[in-house]
Write a protein that binds this ligand. Structure first.
Ligand code: ADP
Ligand code: MG
Length: 141
């Protein structure tokens, strides 16, 4: 499925809708360049899960845990990961195979660790269609 958004609010809303439907054990992978809108999507997704706290990309940690929503929410941003062992150090398997919902920005950087059954969300720009245009391709939802 592919959807198109024309504003940050549209992308947030799309994330919110998916967050509302998210189920325990699911892993959402977010792919897209810097500034594509992964974090915007994530903020909407978190709101959909019932999280009121502001969600930002974890800068000094790989994962940020939010417990106040309908399900535990594990927000990963692996952009700055140096090597894959950093994932072992945080015991990522507890998150991936737990009962919460994982969302991973820059998931392609840890491709070898991803289980087969993940949901993939790829956000891209197309400057010919305007600065705020985004194409969002989703698979396995
Ligand atoms: P990423 O996490 O992918 O690096 P961010 O979500 O932090 O990107 O930033 C996306 C930027 O693009 C924000 O400044 C946002 O306002 C802007 N933007 C413009 N149009 C859109 C859109 N349609 N969807 C999402 N973000 C958009
Ligand atoms: Mg981000």
């Amino acid at each position: 499925m592919t959807i198109e958004t024309l504003s940050e609010q549209d992308t947030f809303e799309f994330g919110r809708r998916l967050g509302k439907k998210a189920a325990p054990g699911e892993i959402y992978t977010l792919i897209g360049d810097l500034g594509a809108g992964k974090t915007v999507f994530t903020k909407g997704f978190a709101e959909g899960l019932g999280i009121r706290e502001t969600v930002n990309s974890p800068t000094f940690t790989i994962v940020q845990v939010y417990e106040e929503g309908r399900l535990p929410f594990y927000h990963f941003d692996v952009y700055r990961i140096g090597n894959i062992e950093e994932m072992d150090e945080i015991e990522y398997e507890d998150y991936f195979f737990g009962d919460g919902v994982c969302l991973i920005e820059w998931a392609d950087l840890i491709r070898e660790l991803l289980p087969e059954k993940v949901k993939r969300i790829e956000i891209s720009k197309d400057l010919e269609k305007g600065f705020d245009y985004r194409k969002i391709m989703v698979s396995d939802l």
